[in-house]
Design a protein around this ligand. Structure first.
Ligand code: FMN
Length: 212
């Protein structure tokens, strides 16, 4: 199994990556980490709409290699610090380049969803308020959808201002639970069974649509 981590924090060893490291230490297979900040200055989608007719982004740059890595991965982990109630802006900009795939499914029709990947969100937040995770989860569903990933689950460490994520018992318990889920999912995938598994309102709807 290949796992790719996309880290949207400017910090390679910050709260989000330290929690993500707890998770990946428990999962089997090869792991590659992409730090979004290694790609500065980021080149977000230009909205040029060329990918409505061509399958290659008009900006021929690093993102072609990133797409290849995503394509080759079985499991995708989005490591996202919360910024102003959502995932960090640079992570959003980075992932906006998935538009070239989105138009493949929806406009060019030269791509079909395979849903053969698992997606996991790891999020840390400085503070805590009621239902804060919901907007983030709803947002990442869009990105997972474009990456053919069904969400296996989410891991949250909040109040990192006062409690380091690596000491957050609740988040560490979630890491163990989700790691088990990923390992079981990958065993099933390798055995060719039950690999369409996980949840996502968007993904599930589309999956049903594609089966018709
Ligand atoms: C620009 C910016 C915006 C932030 N917005 C929020 C926020 O809306 N809610 C919150 O609880 N924490 C917020 N934080 C705090 C981070 O979510 C928190 O410190 C996080 O654990 C940082 O993870 P990192 O060390 O991996 O970067 C913000 C931090 C920054 C730098």
């Amino acid at each position: 199994m290949k796992t790719i981590v996309i880290n949207g924090s400017p910090k390679k060893n910050g709260q989000t990556m330290s929690l993500t490291n707890e998770l990946i230490s428990k999962i089997n297979g090869d792991i590659e980490i992409i730090h979004v900040y290694d790609y500065m200055p980021l080149k977000p989608c230009l909205g040029c709409e060329k990918c409505k007719t061509q399958s290659i982004c008009s900006q021929e740059d690093y993102f072609g290699d990133v797409l290849k890595k995503i394509e080759d991965a079985d499991c995708i982990i989005l490591a996202a610090p919360m910024w102003f109630g959502n995932i960090s802006g640079p992570l959003m900009s980075f992932l906006s380049r998935l538009n070239v795939w989105r138009n493949g499914y929806e406009t060019r029709k030269d791509r079909v969803h395979s849903w053969d990947k698992a997606g996991v969100l790891v999020m840390t937040t400085g503070a805590r308020w009621k239902s804060m995770a919901k907007s983030v989860e709803a947002t990442v569903e869009f990105y997972f959808k474009e990456m053919d990933a069904l969400m296996l689950g989410s891991i949250y460490a909040n109040k990192t201002d006062v409690l380091p994520s690596k000491n957050n018992f609740y988040a560490l318990t979630q890491c163990s639970y989700i790691a088990d889920q990923i390992n079981t999912w990958s065993k099933n995938k390798e055995a060719g069974k039950n690999y369409v598994y996980g949840y996502s309102s968007w993904n599930y709807m589309d999956y049903e649509e594609n089966r018709k």
